[in-house]
Design a protein around this ligand. Structure first.
Ligand code: ZN
Length: 458
């Protein structure tokens, strides 16, 4: 493959949005040039007024394979990703069987992924009770960091960790130099609140919301800040839902602690006030909170306290959502949004005066940095992988099940009209999605840095 030029009047680069020609050779971006500088002999693709963005990176996805492929899987998750403008996913260590809590399980995941991926991927490892001896071997074997739960995750194979468990694991996490991603809710406040709701009506969303109070998130955040101060590891708070968490996190960062923060499209789009009774497709943990909290999370993004937006794409078979009975207590918690995250975010962001450069920072640059692939992914810059997304920021569409592409067409967003259409997605220079179609064979692969020793700092 020779040199090829991708032109657009709106190319989003780290220096801002401008007319440019992105010169691609083999799998890499060779240069970002002025359109007038392209030699006439060069093959070109001109997208005109459509925007050209770096492929998005999703640092929070539950692919669930091997073991729960009936929930999702590499093939369907990475197709949904390509349709959503994502070119790289980092897979959570649960709910696959086995969970990715030792090197053998990581190898099983690699085996399961082979030949099925439309986009690139990498793995997070799990920190569970008693696996502290597996942490550094997992780091050397190529996980991008670790994930733990402070509250029961809803499945049996992945144990939650207590403060005592964490104290055994954190020296190893700190030595690996990799981030620890934390599901920050403590069981105490959740159990106490749920106890009070024994006879409540669980088809009503407010019942579920009350069962997972802000205090559960707040207590977990405080605990993790204390441990971060003590052990000096990179703490990453996943899916922040309570806006009350912003203040302590900002203060902790102010004292120089290595903390990053994520939230998800559903917390930035949906509100508790508008979730109908029985709408278990909107159940996730921590829960979607009220309108005021949503607006404060947007302010957290504006202020830079929230670094990034990841999907927490976590599908399951429709029967597990208990849609027939609409029971928020027994329904599986998890929202699938890989193919819709960008339009959801753009619809909300543009109304608040944000630009495509902000979207790229939250959904490409910062997630790539969290996963340690910021020298290869998440930017349109020379030397980077030619992961590109052709986006029509003005077009509107209605969310229909044929646009979802994950395994089961369950979605919180069906029927909504959203702004922003993904036209094409390229992974390392190869077209993987175009107007609803997936041309070519799946050629996504696991992200592996050029020098393996870079993945573990000693
Ligand atoms: Zn998750």
């Amino acid at each position: 493959m020779g040199l090829k030029a991708f032109l657009s009047r709106r190319v989003v680069t780290p220096q801002g949005m401008r007319p440019a020609a992105v010169m691609v050779e083999e799998e890499r971006i060779r240069a970002v040039a002025s359109p007038s500088e392209i030699p006439p002999s060069v093959d070109r693709e001109d997208f005109g007024n459509l925007a050209l963005l770096p492929g998005l990176v999703d640092s929070h996805v539950h692919i669930n394979e091997p073991g729960r492929t009936e929930w999702e899987g590499f093939e369907t998750a990475t197709r949904a990703a390509a349709a959503g403008g994502y070119t790289m996913l980092i897979d959570m260590p649960l709910n696959s069987i086995p969970s990715t809590t030792n090197v053998e399980a990581l190898e099983a995941k690699r085996e399961a992924a082979r030949g099925k991926c439309s986009v690139d991927w990498a793995a997070w490892g799990g920190v569970v009770r008693g696996n502290q001896q597996d942490i550094e071997p997992l780091a050397r074997a190529g996980v991008r960091g670790f994930k733990c739960f402070l509250v029961h995750p809803g499945i049996e194979e992945f144990s939650m960790v207590s403060e005592a468990d964490l104290r055994k694991s954190l020296p190893h996490v700190a030595r690996s130099g990799l981030p620890l991603l934390v599901h920050a809710e403590l069981p105490g406040p959740v159990d106490a609140a749920t106890e009070q709701l024994q006879t409540a009506d669980w088809t009503r969303y407010p019942t579920y919301l009350q069962s997972r109070p802000d205090e559960a998130e707040m207590a977990a955040i405080q605990l993790m800040i204390t441990l971060c101060r003590e052990y000096g590891f990179h703490l990453h708070i996943v899916h922040l839902a309570t806006a009350r968490g912003l203040e302590p996190l900002q203060a902790a960062r102010g004292e120089g602690l290595p903390i990053t923060v994520e939230t998800c499209p559903h917390y930035l789009h949906l509100t508790a006030e508008t979730i109908p009774d029985g709408a278990t497709q909107c159940k996730c943990a921590p829960p979607i909170r009220d309108h005021a909290s949503r607006e404060q999370l947007w302010q957290g993004l504006r202020d830079g306290i929230i670094d990034l937006v990841a999907t927490d794409h976590s599908p399951c078979p429709p029967s597990m959502k208990r849609m027939d009975e609409g029971n928020f207590q027994t329904a599986w918690g998890g929202i699938a949004s890989l193919s819709m995250a960008l339009p959801i975010m753009w619809t909300e962001a543009r109304q608040r005066g944000f630009a495509l450069t902000d979207i790229v920072r939250w959904m490409a640059e910062q997630p790539a940095k969290l996963a340690g692939c910021q020298a290869h992914k998440g930017q349109i810059s020379p030397g980077y992988d030619a992961d590109l997304l052709v986006f029509d920021p003005e077009a509107e569409f209605q969310v229909t099940s044929d646009r979802l592409h994950h395994r089961h067409a369950v979605s919180s967003y069906l029927g909504e009209t959203l702004r922003g259409v993904v036209k094409r997605t390229y992974v390392r220079g190869k077209l993987v999605f175009e107007d609803g179609e997936f041309p070519g064979r799946p050629s996504g692969r696991e992200f592996a840095p050029a020098s393996p020793e870079m993945s573990v700092r000693r």
